[in-house]
Write a protein of this length. Structure first.
Lengths: 288, 173, 277
């Protein structure tokens, strides 16, 4: 029997007349799993179910061996959960330290000194050790995001759910973030993160799930995802209308995904190519 | 460096701490036998240094300034705990101690004297008088604070200080 | 000044407590102004103690300063961690100020009524506690609502603690206002049961929807009930004309309060997981 820390069975979710999730089945074990999908595809709704902040309209979940539909089950899960919502909301009058400290109290770290040490540790992990005394209101978007990541790492959670953690991070901070997550996964945590950044998935995730229109459209390794577009990516100097998607790259060439014409210069497919092949998104136009 | 501390530089505070913590502990231990209180006092002191670094006037010794904070924190702690205090009742003269606290002209006389002579004169003082000289001149306490440290009324501190001055002046001239 | 330094032996003696008092004082006076001697004394120090003590200082520097409301709570016996959770946020202070301001406004406006008629007070006072609980906690007033829900801390407890603070201050203000600004009459008591009923109904609705919306619905409902149960020609004289403030109406309000509280308690799980049906 494999140890699945997150089990999602037939989960549907309706917000009024809108169907956000339309029957999701997923079993996830320790390690880092990425969730890709366009805005509005249901990523956030799925993550909120796994973070116990939303109850499914239909279906059931099992998290860390507990049933989040019960009060006791939720409590067990929440004690071992770290969660960064898409829009966490901050008490802007708090300093970064005060904010993370506040969340630490919510996470039942009552002893002051232990709690403060833990707050310093997580702020250090995201490289905010010195910025802890700055007011949240005065922090840049990227720094605020890091404060959000820091609070999700409090008390060594076994289940870490991060909704677009890398939004607003600069490349250096993203590298640091990857290291931190890899470290958490190395000690056996289950990490789920949603992102728009396919290179995050390539660098971090053992597994990637693509959610489209409220259902899982792909579930496999990043290499498999790239493989979807294998032999279907070519570059040319002119835009080829027969391609499913094409976009002008930084070098001025046009990159195409679709059925290549005879004699096209085929190039290795990336995860992004695979993802675009899957989503069939409208051409990105002139933007590189 | 205090300027850097005033500018929110923790590394600067750390350096200041490394320089001053050892002697502060040693000196406080001679005024309070409880290591716990001494440790807390030192912590209080550096927290106060951090918060009040900008109020350092820049004249006189940093050491004297830090000590001024520490000895008052110790007094505050002692008032809270009412622990038995061991006061080393003695004193020799500081070679130089401007910046410890504003002094009267007569006290300046004490401070200006040669180290050796004064030590001799102090040795001849009775322990109670020496304790008063130590608390006011060396530790830089006010009459009231000295009284609290020594557990005697402020008036007694005043009269003993007067007697000490007379005796010292007699011994030195 | 720095030509002479305390000999190593004397430093050891000083640290070991074997120098006599006059010598010690001499050394101390010198140390105050001599960095070199301070350094040689430091060489005898214990690195571990130095570090432990430093960490304690850092922790003290990092420790968030207590707000006055937290201090009051800690004095009342609330644990410092809980006090922080309950009272430190700006949203709570806003809720608190809002409800106290509303209580003052109601008191002042009703004190200006012609002939000391308690009509306005009776109508408006029960709305103040309703406002207080709506402002205390919920998705529209708590910025970190989503994180709070996903945390193990008991949400019902958090709501109860915050509501107690906000509600308590509002009630105290209303009472003081009534005593100070108006002549006392039965009106000072008859608004309490309807207020309790409104709070209970508001709480019940909060298990289905955000608190602000729940309070709005309850408040509008209250206005309708007051108008409908008042004899038409006596709208200005609610105290005598409105059935709610007569014994039968009071009994009905009490019953409503109990029923709403019971159903709200049965659905308290939805404070823990919104949208739970």
């Amino acid at each position: 029997m494999t140890a699945h820390t997150v089990e999602v069975h037939g989960v549907r979710h309706r917000f009024g007349a809108t169907i956000a999730l339309d029957g999701i089945d997923l079993d996830i074990g320790p390690g880092i799993t990425g969730v890709l999908g366009p805005n509005g595809a249901g990523k956030t709704t799925l993550l909120r179910h796994i973070a116990t902040t939303l109850a499914p309209s239909e279906g059931r979940l099992r998290l860390l061996g507990h049933d989040p539909a019960t009060v006791a089950g939720r409590l067990h899960v929440r004690r071992r959960l770290g969660y960064l919502p898409q829009e966490p909301g901050y008490h802007r009058n708090f300093t970064a330290f005060e904010f993370v400290d506040y969340v630490a109290i919510l996470k039942e770290l009552t002893d002051r000194r232990t709690r403060h040490d833990e707050v310093r540790r997580v702020l250090g992990l995201v490289g905010l050790g010195d910025a802890g005394r700055k007011r949240i209101g005065a922090l840049s978007g990227g720094m605020r995001r890091r404060v959000g990541i820091a609070q999700a790492l409090l008390a060594y959670p076994e289940l870490i759910v991060l909704d677009e953690p890398t939004a607003g991070l600069d490349p250096e901070q993203r590298l640091r973030f990857r290291e931190v997550l890899t470290g958490s996964a190395a000690v056996g945590a289950t990490v789920l993160l949603s992102t728009h950044q396919t290179d995050d998935v390539a660098a971090l995730c053992q597994r990637v799930v693509v959610v489209l229109g409220g259902v899982v459209r792909f579930d496999g390794t990043p290499v498999d995802l790239a493989g979807l577009a294998a032999g279907r990516v070519w570059v040319a100097s002119e835009r080829d209308p027969s391609a499913r998607i094409s976009w002008v790259t930084g070098t001025g060439e046009v990159r195409h995904v679709g059925d290549p014409p005879v004699g096209a210069t085929l190039v290795p497919a990336t995860i992004e190519d695979g993802y675009l092949q899957l989503t069939g998104a409208v051409a990105a136009g002139q933007t590189a | 460096m205090l300027g850097a501390v005033a500018d929110d530089d923790r590394a600067a505070l750390r350096e200041l701490y490394e320089r001053h913590q050892p002697w502060l502990v040693a000196r406080l231990r001679r005024r309070c036998s409880d290591p716990g209180i001494v440790a807390e006092t030192v912590q209080d002191t550096f927290v106060a240094v951090w918060r009040g670094a900008s109020s350092f006037e820049g004249r006189g010794d940093v050491g004297a300034w830090v000590w001024g904070i520490a000895v008052r924190r110790l007094l505050g702690r002692l008032r809270k705990h009412t622990w038995p205090v061991t006061v080393a009742p003695s004193h020799a003269a500081p070679e130089r101690a401007e910046g410890v606290v504003a002094r009267s002209a007569e006290e300046q006389v004490l401070l200006g004297v040669e180290h050796g002579d004064l030590a001799g004169a102090l040795r001849r003082l009775s322990p109670e008088l020496r304790a008063v000289v130590q608390a006011t001149v060396l530790d830089g306490l006010t009459t009231k604070e000295a009284g609290r440290l020594l557990g005697i009324p402020a008036g007694t501190v005043k009269t003993r200080m007067m007697r000490a001055r007379v005796e010292l002046r007699g011994a030195l001239t | 000044m720095n030509e002479w330094h305390v000999p190593e032996l004397a430093i050891r003696g000083y640290l070991g407590g074997t120098t006599d008092q006059v010598e010690s004082c001499s050394i101390e006076a010198h140390l105050t102004s001599c960095a070199a001697c301070r350094e040689s004394l430091a060489a005898h120090g214990n690195a571990e103690t130095l570090e432990t003590s430093w960490l304690a200082i850092v922790d003290e520097l990092d420790a968030p300063p207590l707000t006055w409301l937290e201090r009051v709570l800690v004095k009342l016996g609330v644990s410092p961690a809980t006090a922080r959770l309950v009272a430190a946020t700006r949203s709570l202070r806003l809720a608190w100020m809002l409800s106290v301001a509303a209580a003052i406004a109601v008191s002042v406006v009703s004190s200006r009524a012609v002939g000391d008629d308690p009509a306005f007070f009776l109508f408006a006072a029960p709305l103040v506690p309703l406002l207080a609980i709506a402002a205390a906690f919920g998705p529209m007033v708590e910025p970190t609502y989503e994180i709070t829900i996903a945390a193990p801390f008991d949400k019902v407890r958090l709501l109860a603690l915050r509501a107690t603070i906000v509600l308590g201050s509002a009630l105290a203000t209303l009472t003081v206002g009534a005593v100070a600004l108006r002549s006392l009459g039965p009106a000072e008591v008859t608004w309490l049961l309807p207020a309790l009923a409104l709070v209970a109904i508001g709480l019940y609705l909060m298990t289905w929807m955000p608190g602000v919306r729940a309070a709005l619905i309850t408040g509008v409902g209250w206005c309708l009930v007051v108008v409908l149960t008042t004899e038409h020609q006596r709208l200005g004289a609610i105290a005598d004309g409105c059935a709610i403030f007569q014994p039968a109406g009071q009994l009905a309000a009490a019953l409503m309060a109990v029923v709403a509280l019971v159903v709200a308690l049965r659905r308290r799980g939805s404070f823990d997981l919104p949208g739970l049906s």
